[in-house]
Design a protein around this ligand. Sequence first.
Ligand code: FAD
Length: 412
Amino acid sequence: MPSSADRVKNGQLTIDGVSATESAVPVDAQEMADVLAEAAALGKAVTPIGGGTALTLGNPPERVDVALSTERLAGIIDYEPTDLVLSVGAGARFGDVQAVLAEHGQRLPLDPPGAGDATIGGLIATGRWGPLRYSAGTLRDLLIGISVAHPSGTVSKAGGMVVKNVSGYDMPRLYLGSLGTLGVVVSANFKVLPRPRAEATVIASYDDLLAAFAAASQLRGGRDPIAALEALFLNSGWALATHIEGRDETVDAVARRIVSGAAGDVTRLDEQESAGWWSAYVDQQHLAQADNAVLVRCGVRPKETAALASTIIDEMSELAISVPYLAASPGLGTVVARLDLGGAGSQEGLAKVQGALLSLADSVTILAAPPSWKRGIDVWGRLPEGFDVMQALRQQFDPERTINPGRFAGFL
Ligand SMILES: Cc1cc2nc3c(=O)[nH]c(=O)nc-3n(C[C@H](O)[C@H](O)[C@H](O)COP(=O)(O)OP(=O)(O)OC[C@H]3O[C@@H](n4cnc5c(N)ncnc54)[C@H](O)[C@@H]3O)c2cc1C
């Protein structure tokens, strides 16, 4: 993949229709902070670039002057397999980090899309999670320390390399999902976990959504080692995908039991096939897949997930919008849907869809949509709780709005 500097030189680094004109590839944290300070003094806007897999997430940027790459901050800084802790540069690719951990039978239990190209800094900045959250939680549960470069020209550190860090306010987590608005992550420390010995996935078809969710409830009520559980609406049919991880015999026994209890079509995938299926599954949720497709994520309390999934399908049908793909996470209260707006495809049409979804769900994020439709719409939906605190922090950490201006909630 060409570097972000090369992409700027060739005029290819364009984010939601706005092109970067300069690039910087700092070699260490202080140089990163110096670039930010210089940009702030000159009133330039900076976009941090990691793997470049999620640059369209957020509101279209107000401006992009400098593309600031983290690619030279890509090393493993410290890894203590016996203590289950890892310190790594923000530019390290997730896939490379997992490969190093795998040599010691360990992993970061995260499932980002993009075949491992996402960087550690990008993962922290976007704060997204995938199906594995069902069993493993989110980055919030793994992040124990962080270093961040700020437009003041300083580098701050928070947390450390110990898992139980009880030092007052949890600063590392402040940066999670803040989309770079408080600084550029230069390195992060994590607790890591042992890899499961075996895995399998069972995909069972159901007549309707209620039957799929009834099966999910039964599984959730048991004690099986279920890593992820997702209900899928694809090609007008429902399926439940159950990801099982653990010891070989347990995984085999649970997979057999689910297969034998299934009433409709059922498929069992083992090891590589199972891993491949989940990686394709998260990629499917990441890419809009077709020109003009819209991807949204809605959230409610977990017990309301089935009702949300079904009302989204009904409500979109009322608006003459088709839903070619919908995935619901029964244990997490999340629904991701791909929408085809057809003739209603425009900024106005997208605003109408967002309004309809906001009346159904507690949170609604437009993950992907054509840039011209996104303009003027806050893709993050309702302002998050504590937005005034976020604004105050932005003012304190980045008063000139140097990093990613306009991209985050409330056009921060
Ligand atoms: C539609 C969609 C679906 C997704 N689904 C999932 C999922 O199912 N599971 C999951 O785990 N993740 C998911 N993600 C997040 C995904 O993992 C991102 O692709 C990844 O985190 C981005 O890494 P990257 O290095 O490619 O970041 P980039 O694409 O380079 O950057 C992404 C954003 O982070 C900022 N950024 C990058 N590096 C830094 C840094 N060091 N400091 C501060 N800001 C920085 C950028 O400016 C940009 O705004 C999803 C993202 C999108 C858009």
